[in-house]
Design a protein around this ligand. Sequence first.
Ligand SMILES: NC(=O)c1ccc[n+]([C@@H]2O[C@H](COP(=O)([O-])OP(=O)(O)OC[C@H]3O[C@@H](n4cnc5c(N)ncnc54)[C@H](O)[C@@H]3O)[C@@H](O)[C@H]2O)c1
Length: 250
Amino acid sequence: MMLNNKVVFITGAAQGIGRQIALTMAREGASVIVGDISEQAGDETVSMIKKAHGDALFMALNITNSDSLQTAVDKALAVYGQIDVLVPNASVNARHSFMEISPEEWSRVITINLTGTFYTIRAVLPHMLSQGKGKIIVISSGSAETGSGGGAHYAATKAGQNAMVRNLARDYGPQGITTNAIAPRVIQTEMLDALYPVGAARDNLIQKIPVRRVGQPEDIAELAAFLASDKADYINGQIILVDGGRTYAS
Ligand SMILES: NC(=O)c1ccc[n+]([C@@H]2O[C@H](COP(=O)([O-])OP(=O)(O)OC[C@H]3O[C@@H](n4cnc5c(N)ncnc54)[C@H](O)[C@@H]3O)[C@@H](O)[C@H]2O)c1
């Protein structure tokens, strides 16, 4: 197993891509801290992992509140004594054209996705620095490149995450911490169902993807597990598109 003796902290792990990353990393031997604002669904992720004989702990947290993150990190360290891998995954999305984005909606999305990612990394980085090693894997989006997949506010947060990844890779690589991003496009989750309900719009979308299917959370989770492992030690500062070939197909 690739992640034996590793402790992984994942935000937004109550459903969707985050849940699958939690399940896959637990399968690979990691102890998983399932962080989310949604307690019931977060507990379900933990139950799924335990049912498969893995190790997991739920931590209620809101990534827009740095105190709540610090409390969760302190509790996780009290239980496990280490955090080897951090996956800032929690984000929100909403489909809006530019002029439909009110100042309040702009602030909401920036605060959750971008400031929340900053707070998440800020809560864990001091521990990784004292440990002298760590891996950070941000779940970004192909929207940072294309501007599609939601609205300008969402795409801007994902571009901001990518810049943060490159900054962290430069500044903390020398101290044993690698930082990368996975940039998914069109992965089957509740977020996707809200943006592209099943039907004609979904069928049109699939025709634009060279592999002719939407992605599954497993497509992201297997890469995340590899990036979290020692096998990926030389990969740093990369934004890895996982899109079935769509972005550069036409
Ligand atoms: N699904 C896709 O097609 C797709 C495409 C590109 C990028 N992504 C990215 O992948 C990641 C996961 O997306 P998903 O589709 O699984 O989303 P999702 O909406 O299914 O899950 C998001 C999770 O984040 C949690 N969350 C939201 N706000 C939070 C907060 N303030 N504090 C703590 N937790 C919070 C939610 O409770 C939920 O469990 C996101 O970063 C998203 O931008 C998804």
